[in-house]
Design a protein around this ligand. Structure first.
Ligand code: SAJ
Length: 413
């Protein structure tokens, strides 16, 4: 199967880097998005998201004519769907973006095309996508109808890149390729091999779906273990950071780090897809979510207690991003903590976040200040994100400043 044109549907944090990497291999790429502003930005050779080096790769791809964006789908040889899969009421997966992407590309599909679902999805979503495509195109055959003889090949190939390292991980990570049939898997592998240096391992679509959910749930459960330990250790008067460091000297123990909660768009969402599919069975996975989601309130309680004995304290919150050394504030437990602290009215809440120029609208009433200002004036420092930029702040706070360190940053680690 020869692929000379690839269409990427959804030009967000995964779709745009993927489109740009294909284009950098001199494959013609048409990126499709519903957002006109994003389409226009990309067509100017610029980007609308933050990811190191992505601006250069997109600029080169657009200038050299390999990458174009549009809101109107057009024929291609392979279609990669990288749209959001959030959850709705009751933590139920919302597949509406996949459905509308399927409906969009269906009219331009032709025999021999490959459709790949990259979005993190509950088990069965790829088969569901194939049903939507088949309903829209009764003139074409799909794997669920014709098996290996189908006109259209379908696979699930979940992305597993780490924000902040997307371009490197896209190329270097191993890739799980779950075709609805073996021919589907082989076609998808041939496509990814144009840029993936890691191994492309073949499996079924359902296993590939579960694999991605498993990876993020594994991490969530392990972070929940660390978060629960931190609360137990507070109660028992044990330094959790020292404890973890010591326990991790055991050759088969590797505990992750406690924090103020789990943020981002994946780890706090994906485990719910497993819980939704197997609500009775997924007891540990559900509990991990509950433990991690309760951590912000625990941190707030700590601050409220510390503030109780102070008059109008200046509460300086260090870090707003959802993790270290990035500027992404979306789904960040730190933003939530700062907002809820400000709403409580227990003092003057200020934020230090060297990676941004202005605060998001939901933090109206909070002031963004510099690190030195915070060190001089804070009565309480709440370390929420372990940004490298805070490294030289350690030990420079005033002697009387109370430090609530959710990441073990101010400790002797
Ligand atoms: N966190 C802790 N303690 C830790 C590690 C992380 O509290 O020891 C917190 C972080 O501060 C952050 C959250 O967890 O709030 C998630 O951060 P992360 O670095 O664990 O993961 P993400 O969300 O940036 O990316 C994850 C990755 N998945 C895994 O590592 C299994 C990435 O490979 C996936 O591609 C990505 O989810 C995704 O898109 O699914």
């Amino acid at each position: 199967m020869s692929i000379s044109k690839v269409s990427v549907i959804g030009l967000g944090y995964i779709g745009l880097p993927t489109a740009a990497v294909f284009a950098s291999r001199k494959i013609e790429v048409i990126g499709i998005d519903v957002n006109q502003h994003c389409v226009d930005t990309i067509n100017r050779g610029q980007i609308h998201i933050v990811e190191p080096d992505l601006d250069m790769v997109v600029h080169a791809a657009v200038t050299e004519g390999y990458l174009r964006a549009s809101i109107v789908p057009e024929p291609a040889d392979a279609f990669l769907i990288a749209v959001p899969t959030p959850f709705k009421e009751g933590f139920k997966p919302d597949l509406s973006y996949i459905q509308s992407a399927s409906e969009k590309i269906a009219p331009v599909l032709k025999s021999g095309d490959l459709v790949i679902l990259e979005s993190t999805s509950p088990v069965g979503a790829t088969e569901q996508m194939a049903v939507w495509l088949a309903e829209a195109r009764p003139d074409l055959s799909f794997p669920q109808q014709a098996g290996e003889a189908s006109d259209i090949r379908i696979a699930h190939c979940p992305e597993r890149v780490l924000p902040g390292h997307v371009l490197r991980e896209l190329v270097q990570n191993d890739r799980v390729i779950g075709g609805m049939t073996e021919k589907c898997s082989l076609a998808a592998r041939a496509l990814y091999k144009t840029f993936v240096e890691g191994e492309c391992v073949l499996t079924s679509a359902r296993t590939a779906e579960m694999c991605k959910l498993t990876e993020n749930s594994f991490r969530d459960v392990n972070i929940a273990f660390a978060n629960e330990l931190s609360i137990i250790c507070d109660k028992l008067g044990v330094n959790v950071w020292e404890l973890i460091q010591l326990a991790n000297r055991h050759p088969r123990v590797n505990i992750l780090q406690p924090g103020p909660g789990v943020g981002g768009h994946c780890i706090a969402v994906d485990p719910w897809f497993i819980v939704d599919s197997a609500p009775e069975e997924a007891r540990l996975i559900r509990t991990a979510r509950v433990v991690n989601d309760s951590k912000p309130e625990y941190v707030i309680d700590q601050v409220v207690k510390a503030a109780a004995s102070l008059k109008e304290p200046v509460i300086a919150c260090f870090g707003l991003a959802f993790k270290a050394n990035i500027d992404d504030l979306r789904e960040s437990p730190s933003v939530e903590i700062v907002k809820r602290l400000a709403d409580r009215g227990i003092g003057r809440v200020v934020a230090v976040e060297p990676h941004i120029q202005e605060l998001p609208a939901k933090l109206a009433g909070v002031e963004l200040i510099g690190l030195e200002d915070a060190l001089q004036n804070a009565d309480i420092i709440v370390l929420l994100v372990d940004h490298e930029a805070f490294r030289n702040a350690v030990g420079r706070q005033r002697a009387e400043t109370v430090v609530i360190d959710t990441r073990g940053f101010f400790q002797n680690k």
